[in-house]
Design a protein around this ligand. Sequence first.
Ligand code: FAD
Length: 413
Amino acid sequence: MIEQTRQRGRTGQAGPEHRVVIVGAGMAGVQTAVALRERGFEGPVTLLGEELHPPYDRPPLSKAVLLGKADGSAFDIDFDGLGVALRLGVRASGLRPADRELDTSAGPFPYDTLVLATGAEPIGLPGTEGAPGVHVLRTLDDAAGLRGVLAGQRDVVVVGAGWIGAEFATAAREAGCAVTVVEAADRPLAGTLPAEVAAPMAAWYAEAGAELRTGARVARVEPGAVVLGDGARLSADAVVVGIGARAATGWLAGSGIGLGTHGEIAADASLRTTLPGVYAAGDCASYPSRRSGERLLVHHWDNALQAPRTVAANIVGEAPATYDPVPYFWSEQFGRFVQYAGHHTPADTLLWRGDPAEPSWTVCWLRDSRLTATLTVGRPRDLTQSRKLIATATPMNPTTLPNPTIPLKSATL
Ligand code: FAD
């Protein structure tokens, strides 16, 4: 009875002795701590992070930090002032849910509520992990290492024409490197966008002076070269692998936590995991989206910003909070500002707003006359309006929607 009161308080709210431990001091972990205090949570909050750097933001790593325009991207947060015990250089190694204890490199941490926010880890190119000259781009240390490559204006081979590959290629060209991008699929962003949308984006590589080789597989990496499956040899002082990331959940093996099909933590609509008192947010977790009709695993910044608010609301016992935002992300590549809101499937109807040969254009996906997603290039107003139109499931007029001179918010039925 006493234990129950300590854990949830008399009103069902977490009381002042209720211990919250957050694992992972990236965007999602940090925002969970902040959101708890914003909601008046008074219990002890401990934030554990494996990295030694003060918590920082990742998007600038492939942009300003890489180019030396910013030294870092640390969050401007006073953890002491917030009463958050920040423990850096501490790695969680196991979870014993029956004891409500977390095992770490600094010993066990008991918790009443645990929040998992361990993010994601880059997928390595098989056989090349740790090889000299082979890089990934996930951490501040990775970016610091790659700054040297850019400063030396070396020959760079980028493996993977996804978001990270495109942003790295952009920075490397800007720095004066010779850049070849090797992509196994027949186009950039093949896992995200259909061929007709990716086609104009593929042209951006050549325009920036980067060579894009699609349908090309890396056979092996040798000192100073990448050898492709067809025998082609590409000069490479550095190789940057950007072929995706997977949720950092390996350390949870044996905990009994429910995982999704990609090895991520399968949270419910309130971001609770299958273990009592354990939540998950950010890149490490998927959630069921009623809006999209499927479980979503979102590896983007906005998700790591917003999901913690739902977690914190549930911990403090606000009216049951569920999580189902309109997903959003942006990318800055080849001098363009690319934004995407929503979630489309190949079955949705695609409509263009504007000409992809022009500097700015928009693509909309519709299902039953309603927007499911929008991709904008240099049209932030379309993005902002479509985010609202998706959220409100407003029926759209397919005749006026393609006209880029008509505001999207006016192209409704
Ligand atoms: P992370 O930021 O990965 O933080 C997780 C933290 O947990 C890490 O510090 C990790 O060291 C720590 N950790 C992991 N395991 C353990 C453990 N066992 N014990 C203790 N600590 C642990 N998104 C966009 O929308 N737009 C962009 O332009 C954009 N640019 C990006 C550029 C780069 C280079 C990268 C890498 C990502 C970018 N993203 C972008 C994605 C966005 O940054 C991520 O979605 C976001 O950082 C996810 O936050 P997170 O807190 O869930 O995970």
